[in-house]
Design a protein around this ligand. Structure first.
Ligand SMILES: [Fe+2]
Length: 337
C-alpha cells in the first residue's frame, strides 16, 4: 500500500518534477515559456495545455510561412463557418460524448490499445464504460502519461484505476505520475508482487468501472506477482501482461521466474478458460491474437512442460537494460530514486 496520502503525494511531486517528465514549453500570443508544475496544477493541465498549444501552432502557421498562410486562407474560405468555429473553440469544449457510438465504433466498452513510442514497446490499454464514463488504464508507461491522459480527457472519461499486470523490468510504470496529476486515481497491482500500490489485488478479485468489470487472475511464472486481467466485453479479452505474448511469452530467468509455473499458469488460467482475444503487454510484431491462435501456434507453449522448460532455460537473453532502475521504481508505485 502507498503510505499516507500527504507524504505519498509530496514524494511523488518531487520525484515527478525531477524525473523524466519535463515541464513543456508553452507558446501563447507569440511568447514562449516553460510551464511550471504550479501552472500545470493550477490549470486543468491537459485541457489548458492543449488549448495553448493549439492556438500557438495556429499562430505559427499563419505568420511563419506565407504559403501556409495562403493555403490556410483558402481552406478557411472553403470550409466557411465550420472551420471558423473549430478554430475558436478550445479543446475543453470539444470533448466527445462518451456515450456516442461513433467514438468507439460500437456501443460496447470503450477500448484503446496505446503503444509506448519512447522505447519499451509496451502496450497500454484503456478500458471505459460509456454510460458511467469511468475508465481504467492497464500498464501505463511513465514517458507516455501525457498522451494517455489526453486520450482519457478527449473521450470525456474519468480515470478510476491504473493497474499493472506485474512489476515491470523494462520500463517505469506511469502509475505514480498519473496519481500525482489525478489524485483521485487509485493504483492496483497483485499483492503477490510485493510492490506498493493503493489497492493490492487477490486472485479472482473483480475491478469495477461503471457497469463493466475485469477479473484479476493470478498467472505467475514470469514474476511471482503476474496477473492477467480478463474482460467479458467484445467476446472476451485477456490482458496477459508478459505471461503470454503473441507467439511467445515473458522470460523466466529473473524476478522469481519459473518456467514450470508459467507453463501451468498459461494453460490453467488463459488457455483453458473462455476468452476470445489475447492482448499482451509487449509488441511482438502484432497487436493482438486470439486464445485459440496461441493454443494452436505459440511455438513455446504448445510444447510439453519439459520441452518448454528446456526452451526457457536456453534463450540466452541479455541482461535487461532498464531493470536496475525500473524494478526499484516499480516496487514503489513508479516513484524514482
Ligand atoms: Fe515483464
Amino acid at each position: 500500500m502507498c503510505q499516507s496520502a500527504a507524504s505519498c503525494a509530496s514524494l511523488k511531486l518531487r520525484k515527478f518534477t525531477a524525473g523524466k517528465l519535463t515541464a513543456p514549453v508553452i507558446q501563447y500570443k507569440g511568447i514562449s515559456f516553460q510551464a511550471s508544475q504550479r501552472f500545470l496544477r493550477a490549470t486543468s493541465y491537459q485541457s489548458s495545455l492543449g488549448s495553448f498549444a493549439h492556438e500557438g501552432s495556429l499562430k505559427s502557421m499563419q505568420v511563419a510561412n506565407s504559403r501556409s498562410k495562403a493555403i490556410s486562407m483558402r481552406a478557411q474560405s472553403r470550409a466557411g463557418a465550420h472551420l471558423s468555429s473549430f478554430q475558436s473553440e478550445s479543446p475543453t469544449s470539444k470533448k466527445l460524448e462518451a456515450s456516442s457510438g461513433d467514438m468507439n465504433g460500437t456501443r460496447g466498452i470503450i477500448f484503446r490499445q496505446l503503444f509506448d513510442t519512447s522505447g519499451s514497446c509496451t502496450y497500454t490499454y484503456l478500458l471505459g464504460d460509456p454510460g458511467a464514463k469511468e475508465a481504467i488504464l492497464i500498464d501505463p508507461v511513465l514517458e507516455m502519461v501525457e498522451r494517455d491522459l489526453a486520450v482519457v480527457d478527449d473521450l470525456g472519461l474519468e480515470l478510476k484505476y491504473v493497474l499493472n499486470t506485474h512489476c515491470h523490468a523494462d520500463h517505469i510504470t506511469g502509475s505514480g505520475a498519473i496519481k500525482n496529476l489525478r489524485p483521485t486515481v487509485k493504483s492496483m497491482i497483485a499483492e503477490a508482487s510485493g510492490a506498493r500500490a493503493d489497492i493490492h489485488l487477490q486472485p479472482g478479485e473483480t475491478v469495477h468501472f461503471g457497469d463493466r468489470h475485469i477479473e484479476a487472475r493470478a498467472t505467475p511464472g514470469h514474476t511471482d506477482g503476474c496477473m492477467t486481467f480478463v474482460s467479458r466485453d467484445n467476446g472476451g479479452m485477456a490482458f496477459t501482461g508478459d505471461a503470454l505474448l503473441i507467439r511467445g511469452c515473458g522470460r523466466t530467468d529473473f524476478q522469481q521466474g519459473s518456467a514450470e509455473t508459467l507453463f501451468d499458469s498459461v494453460h490453467s488460467q488463459i488457455f483453458s478458460r473462455a476468452s476470445r482475444f489475447a492482448y499482451p503487454a509487449m509488441i511482438t510484431g502484432r497487436h493482438h491474437s486470439t486464445v485459440l491462435e496461441e493454443k494452436t501456434f505459440n511455438p513455446r507453449l504448445t510444447k510439453s512442460k519439459e520441452e518448454f522448460r528446456s526452451i526457457m532455460q536456453n534463450l540466452g537473453l541479455p541482461y535487461p537494460e532498464k531493470i536496475d532502475a525500473a524494478v526499484p521504481a516499480n516496487m514503489a508505485c513508479g516513484i524514482q530514486d
